[in-house]
Design a protein. Sequence first.
Length: 301
Amino acid sequence: MTSSTLEQLPTLDQVLTRKTLPPVCLYNYYIVMRDRLYMEEVLDFYLDVQHHEQLWRRFVRSMHKTGVLTEDDLVEGFQSPRVLSRLSNYSADDESKAASSKMPSRDDIAQSAHKILLHYLVPHAAKELTQVPQQLRDHVHQQIDQDGRDDPAVFADCKQYCYDLMQRQAYPKFLRLKVWGNVTLWQQLGRLVVGLICLLIGFTTGLALIFLGYPQWGVRWVALVPLWLGVLNCMVFLTGLDPLWVIFFNTSETTTFKFNFIKERQVRRILLSRSLWLLAVSLVIAVVLAVIFAAVPPRRL
């Protein structure tokens, strides 16, 4: 993978903000995190914190509309110390005004923060983030339960840790699976079985024609078809790429026998070039094997 190619591929930020197309989209990234890397809780936590940040921004905007916050308060951002200080002392009247405008209330923000805490960061949680150091999780727990905080800045360190983890470990593997291949793990295993069966049929046919006394070349070439199918399917197992699906159907497998079209232009170019290379190599190997069987002198038993 050259540096120029990497620069043209979608980044993790683009995937997480839903700015990419299949097969390198957020949907496929989640499936890979769940089914291949077994760390979907990291992505779930990151997305839930993103949603919490959106709630907070809407809440801050509602406070700005009601006059609790001024333009000067928002100069440093929605999560600045000045905003947090002003919102920690706003009145019940301001809360009612925000509620009447159908915007998130402070209770909604608090419930969202507690939900994230209980779902990911406490011991034995439903999706406990074991990848995040215990010290970071305990710090968030203390800020929410003891300090009464519910703003998104509480989760900033854990969110950044999860992002760095995905950037370092998960995303490169995701790119290898979706940019260099287009089949799932179960599909690869199935292709191995099919490939071995086809090779067995090809070898059996070639040997049978030799020992039945058929002359060299001629009908001996019939073994080429099962040999090529066998080699091709074995190479699909080894590479994770089915060239026929790319060339003729422009598809990538999401889960077993469920597909989406390859819409990302750079990914399409990479998969197409690899598919042509794979087809050529498989055909050359199959022809070499077929020539060997066709050239052996007949020997009738």
